[in-house]
Design a protein around this ligand. Sequence first.
Ligand SMILES: [Zn+2]
Length: 108
Amino acid sequence: MALTYNGYKNYETWFIKFHYFNEEELWYDYDVVNLYQHVQDGLMTDSNITNSIINHFLTYVHFEEIYETIQNHKEEYSCKNCGEYSEDKYCCKECEQENYVTMTHEKG
Ligand SMILES: [Zn+2]
């Protein structure tokens, strides 16, 4: 079995996830490329050597895994009616009722 770090594929992946994407709900609409771009843009310097070191580090980061973690979070923390961020099954009473009505209607 491959080595892992705090549940992530490796240290580099965990490090970037933890320091950049700890608040998953802010990143729900970002795809893998956007996530990578965000990290890289924020780190680039005027020094080519430093940039090379950074880019080398980033090649070890599994951005797909970070993306999946964020999308799983989105699924878990979204209103089952309107899809808005919600710690509960529904974001508000209206959504709960609306979804109930819809479900009842679909069943005939
Ligand atoms: Zn809702």
